[in-house]
Structure formats: structure tokens, C-alpha cells
Write a protein that binds this ligand. Structure first.
Ligand SMILES: Nc1ncnc2c1ncn2[C@@H]1O[C@H](COP(=O)(O)OP(=O)(O)OP(=O)(O)O)[C@@H](O)[C@H]1O
Ligand SMILES: Nc1ncnc2c1ncn2[C@@H]1O[C@H](COP(=O)(O)OP(=O)(O)OP(=O)(O)O)[C@@H](O)[C@H]1O
Lengths: 229, 229
């Protein structure tokens, strides 16, 4: 049973405490705002109202066997920097800190954060890709460049099988799924559309008009593929 | 050339305006805080200091051919709701609004937002998965369940080829990449590690100790695979 310390229960910290708890972890949740502590105490392992810049207060917690500490403080640069420094001092090895600015992010790394995250930067980047690429419906990349995305099938693909199209050789991409709309009829004769999810389609699967292809590859190959539309 | 309207230049709005501009789009950036408008005017198409809850002020902008409007206002519920309603009134079809709370998110949808986003919820969920799953280094899912993730190769895979392991039949997953550490020697005899990225590995590729596998599949199959460790 993994144990985590989450400091700061704004939207991000709250959602993180909730997600970790849902996945079966033990969560110690901290905030200096009593209302926010109240808001999580029904589901986290323990909820504590304290100021994380107070070293004695943090020392008073039982932090044995902690998998990681997450500093989810948002706007207060001083508080997130000081808190990170104290956690390092207490011997916590895995400290994930949220960055609120360029310089502050660099400081956090220097004083002990093993990983810096920015929900705003990540999602802004994903959203920008989504908005810009024609027909690319969702587009998500791992930090190493491997990317998964969905795109509407182009006319030149209709009625050709995956083995004929050979995405791997021609585009450096793999088709890992196809979403196909099927028309169904209810007993009363009403037609409704249903989405069929073909996971890991076989090589003999033929692409139809209206299909949404789920593709995987490296970022550069995907950019090339998209720009060829 | 796609045109976007970004209202609210906090961290998220700022990063979005920047990402869209980097990708070649025209961006009209709005904030009621002059300093933040100053902060983007060197790179966006046009930066305007106005209050987006002022209908006349928004009407004064040229919003023809707008691909989408993004309401990136964070904490001010009233402002983001009112702004969304005005944009709908002005005939903007594609309105993406950032949610700041459960109820407020529902209200935004009811009054015209075509899509709601929450950087905090998305990244909290991704981070929670990252923290909980042993050996799963990055784990990102499309909304439809298709997921890409990295995992350390298990001992039972060492020295077996992909065709022997048949991930597709045995786990419902595809191996789309392998990251392998290679030891190199400099001229002065110093050994350093380099990461080799094998994209779309062939069926005859054998897995080695220390390999990181990049896998794709549906969420449920991935959960099963991870839990079998
Ligand atoms: N020294 C501290 N000790 C404990 N909690 C703190 C401390 N400083 C800030 N916090 C808490 O951190 C939480 C998040 O910080 P803040 O509200 O500034 O960030 P935010 O960017 O608005 O967060 P979010 O985007 O997650 O809603 C707040 O609830 C605040 O009470
Ligand atoms: N009515 C309005 N008109 C124009 N800009 C507005 C209006 N209301 C709020 N804003 C701007 O929206 C921006 C983002 O809002 P806010 O700072 O409340 O959110 P935040 O959650 O802290 O943002 P982030 O997490 O992106 O830093 C602010 O710069 C603010 O000036």
C-alpha cells in the first residue's frame, strides 16, 4: 500500500488526493486552509491543517515509508520553495513540485524537487495541438516523443486493407485502433448511430469512410503524416 | 491560417497563446490586467486589454473566421460564465471553457461552451497513475480509452523475441517502441550510457534486461497487464 503526502489542496492537489485514494493509495493531505482540509477528510487516510513552511509541524507527521511527497501549492512561490527545502531536509527522496513560473521552477529543482510538473503547460500544449491539426481529434505525446492520436480516415484509404496501406512502411505509424460508426435500428424503426471500437485491428481489416483511426508513432512522423493532408 | 481568441492570460492562457502562436496560428489575446497583455504582445497577432464581461468591448473586436474561442479565466466564476454567454451571443460556435468547479463546469456547458477542460483534473489523474503503477513510467490515455505507456521489461521477457512473446494475443497490447540503454566508450576510455530509441520494432527483436517497452492498448487491458507484475 503506497503512501503519499499531498501538500496544498487547491483544484490540483484536491484532484490528486482523490485520484490517489481512488487507486487504493494512502494519502496524507495537508493545507493551511481548514475548509479545504475538511473537504477531503472523508476520503483521504488523514487530513491535517498545518502550514507546510513550519518545519516542526511537518516533523510532527509520521512520514515513514513515504513513496513520494507532492507539493501542489500554486501561487505562493515562497511557500512552495520553502516547503520543498524542508521536505528535502527531512530526507524525503521523491519530491514532486508544481511550478508556478520559469525561475521558480528552476529554483525548485535546485533545492531538491526530483520532478517538476505544470498542469497548465501540459494541457495548454495538448489543447493547442488539438485545435491546430485538421482532423486530428486527440493527440497526446509521451515526453520521449512517442505519440498516440486519432485522425479521420482520408478518402485515399477507403476500402483498402491495413496490409495494403502498410502504415508502418509508408508513414512509420501503427494503426492500434479503429472507431467505426454503425447504424442500428430500434424495434420501433428508429435509426441511431453507435460507435464500434476495433482494438488492434487485423491486417485484413478494410478502412471505411467515416472511420476514425487511432495511430501511434514518433512525433516527427506524425507531424509529417498530418501535414500531408 | 487559423485564428483563435484566448481570453485570460494566467499561466494556462499564456501558455496556450504561446503554443498556438508557435504552431503558426493567429492569436487575439485578451486580459483585463495590462501587465499580462504587455507580456504577450511581442508574439501574438494582437493583444488587447479589456474586460471580457463587457459585451460592447468584445463586439468591438474583429472576430470573423474565428476557429475557436478559449475562455482561460480561472477563479472568477462569474467572469468565465458571463464571458462564455457573451461569446455564444456573438455567434462564436466553438467555445472552449476552463472549468473551475463541478457546478460551474455544468453551467458553462449549459450556456454555450462546446468543450470544457480542466488542466488540474487531467494532470492530477495522469500523475496519480504514474505514481501508483510500479515500473510504469509514463501513462497517457485518450478519452476513448486507448492508452500509451512505458514500462520496464520484466525478467520473464528477457531474451525473447516479440513474435515469441505475442503481446497482442497474450495481453491485447502492441509494442510500438523499445528504449534501450547502450554503453558507449569515449576516446579517453570513459564509459557513458546512451538511450537508443527503437521505433516500431520488428517481430524478431529480442527484449533485453533494462529495456523500457512502449506499449499501446485499451485502458482495461493495460490495467490487467500492470496488475500482473
Ligand atoms: N504554506 C502552506 N501550507 C499549507 N498549504 C498551503 C501553503 N501555502 C499554500 N497552501 C495551499 O495550497 C493550495 C493551492 O495553492 P493556490 O490556491 O495558491 O494555487 P492554485 O494555483 O490556485 O491552485 P489550483 O490551480 O490547484 O486550484 C491552497 O489551498 C493553499 O491554501
Ligand atoms: N473579465 C475578465 N476579462 C479579462 N480577463 C479576465 C477577466 N477575469 C479574469 N481575467 C483574467 O484571467 C486570467 C486567469 O484567471 P485567474 O488568474 O483567476 O486564474 P488562475 O486559475 O490563477 O489561472 P492560471 O492557473 O492559468 O494561472 C487572469 O490573468 C485574469 O486577469
Amino acid at each position: 500500500m503506497k503512501r503519499f503526502l499531498v501538500i496544498g489542496l487547491g483544484q490540483f492537489g484536491y484532484e490528486l488526493a482523490k485520484a490517489l485514494t481512488d487507486k487504493g493509495a494512502e494519502v496524507i493531505a495537508i493545507d493551511r486552509n481548514m475548509n479545504l482540509v475538511e473537504g477531503v477528510k472523508d476520503f483521504v487516510t488523514s487530513a491535517v491543517n498545518l502550514d507546510s513552511t513550519d518545519e516542526d509541524a511537518l516533523r510532527s507527521l509520521n512520514l515513514d515509508g513515504l513513496e513520494a511527497a507532492i507539493v501542489a501549492i500554486g501561487e505562493d512561490w515562497e511557500a512552495s520553495i520553502l516547503t520543498t527545502a524542508i521536505l528535502k531536509e527531512l530526507g524525503i527522496e521523491n519530491i514532486i513540485a508544481r511550478r508556478a513560473g520559469d525561475i521558480q521552477g528552476k529554483i525548485l529543482e535546485k533545492i531538491g524537487a526530483t520532478r517538476i510538473i505544470s498542469p497548465e503547460i501540459n494541457i495548454a500544449d495538448q489543447l493547442a495541438r488539438n485545435l491546430i491539426s485538421p482532423g486530428v481529434l486527440e493527440h497526446i505525446a509521451l515526453p520521449d516523443g512517442h505519440t498516440i492520436f486519432q485522425v479521420e480516415a482520408r478518402p485515399e484509404f477507403y476500402n483498402k486493407t491495413l496490409i495494403e496501406l502498410d502504415f508502418r512502411r509508408n508513414f512509420g505509424l501503427l494503426v492500434v485502433g479503429i472507431q467505426r460508426k454503425k447504424a442500428n435500428v430500434t424495434e420501433s424503426g428508429e435509426v441511431y448511430m453507435e460507435t464500434e471500437n476495433i482494438s488492434l485491428p487485423s491486417a485484413t481489416e478494410a478502412i471505411k469512410q467515416g472511420d476514425i483511426l487511432v495511430l501511434v508513432g514518433m512525433k516527427a512522423d506524425i507531424e509529417t503524416f498530418i501535414s500531408r493532408e
